[in-house]
Design a protein around this ligand. Structure first.
Ligand code: FAQ
Length: 322
């Protein structure tokens, strides 16, 4: 390396450091360290894949929604999730990676998606529990990403968070209706909440200080880069504090006898999370991992003709212009 190029890279690093220190946005045209770019690609791709795979558990109930109104709302919600996936793939592409490459990595099991979408949706009440708890957790996690240091990711999150708020509200309303319905409907709502509570807490990721074998390894660096604004445990606590009073309003209980208000801390205590379950699900051993991936790969293969037709059409238009 020549002296000039060393000077250049020191100046570029200093420019990046100044943007981060000043809490300004890094844009695609700006120089960025390779680790920053890779971390963003990993997180944004995982986020995009989650939105797309996340269409499956709810898509499962579109044909069985209990009324036309519920069906229309659920279809709109599932379409919103597709839209979120597309904004996020576009945000990832600004980092110099192609969407098709990201999909290949997902299909080969080399990129992840959120653990929560590997649980089955057994009853209509699960649509309520997903909206209320899963979208609720997603909002708590994603609102701070609107202030992420990387511009395209932060801007994509603004609209996504607005839509997730509507999703959370519709889930709450489904559960409210069921919990004020017949004893069987109320029992269905309670069962859904019992099954989705702990997996929703796991969405926030591993604990900040684990047992040495399983802590949240990326948090410190991601916080220093302004990608993450809070740690996994901080956001998890925020979610518990927001959700406990909402469960009371619903008249449903949360399946944790250790939840109680802690006057000193000004927040709720809650029981220990079984993180071995999270790690098993992330490794591919959850109840629906194989089914979700098989469905995703098949949908991708079945859609090959659409991609081929679009590429042929674009090539024809290009040659006509030339
Ligand atoms: N599932 O060091 P950390 C939604 C992995 S969208 C699977 O803490 P990081 C909307 C992690 O990747 C839901 N893997 O990592 C919707 C890493 O593995 P790696 C998705 C997980 O990145 C609603 C390792 O563990 N939201 O729900 C999980 O700093 C309804 C160590 O972890 C986002 O993606 C997990 N739960 O923090 C759609 C939000 N947790 O890559 C449809 C953006 C951790 O080293 C229906 N992402 N891992 O092999 C984030 O905020 C972060 O990436 C975290 C993880 C907080 C998820």
């Amino acid at each position: 390396m020549t002296e000039d190029s060393t000077d250049d890279s020191t100046a570029m690093q200093a420019g990046f450091d100044a943007l981060i220190a000043g809490d300004e946005r890094v844009e695609p045209r700006d120089w960025m360290p390779e680790g920053y770019r890779k971390t963003l690609i990993r997180q944004i791709a995982q986020h995009a894949h989650s939105e797309i795979i996340g269409m499956q558990p709810e898509g499962n109930w579109i044909t069985r929604a209990p009324s036309l109104r519920r069906k229309a709302i659920l279809m709109a919600k599932v379409q919103d999730e597709a839209g979120h996936g597309l904004y996020l793939y576009s945000a990832a592409e600004t980092l110099g990676i192609d969407r098709s490459e990201l999909l290949d990595l997902l299909h080969a099991g080399r990129q992840k998606y959120s653990s929560i979408f590997n649980y089955p949706t057994l009853t209509w009440a699960d649509m309520g529990a997903i909206g209320w708890l899963v979208d609720g957790a997603a909002i708590v996690n994603q609102v701070p990403i609107c202030r992420c240091s990387y511009g395209p990711y932060a801007r994509a999150m603004v609209r996504i968070c607005k839509e997730e708020s509507f999703h959370q509200r519709q889930g709450f309303e489904i559960l409210w209706t069921l919990s004020h319905g017949s004893p069987a409907q109320r029992a269905m709502a309670q069962d859904a909440v019992n099954r989705y509570w702990w997996p929703s807490l796991m969405m926030f990721g591993p604990p900040d200080t684990g047992d040495g074998a399983s802590p949240s390894g990326h948090t410190a660096q991601s916080m220093a880069w302004g990608i993450k604004r809070f740690s996994n445990d901080e956001l998890r606590q925020r979610f518990v504090d927001m959700t406990v009073p909402q469960a009371e309003a619903l008249g449903l209980s949360l399946p944790d006898p250790e939840i109680r208000w802690n006057e000193e801390r000004g927040s709720y205590d809650f029981g220990e999370i079984d993180f071995t379950e999270l790690f098993e699900v992330v490794k591919g051993n959850g109840p629906c991992n194989a089914e979700r991936m098989a469905h995703k790969v098949k949908a991708h293969e079945d859609g090959a003709w659409v991609r081929e037709a679009a590429a042929a059409y674009a090539a024809k238009r290009e040659s006509a212009v030339a």
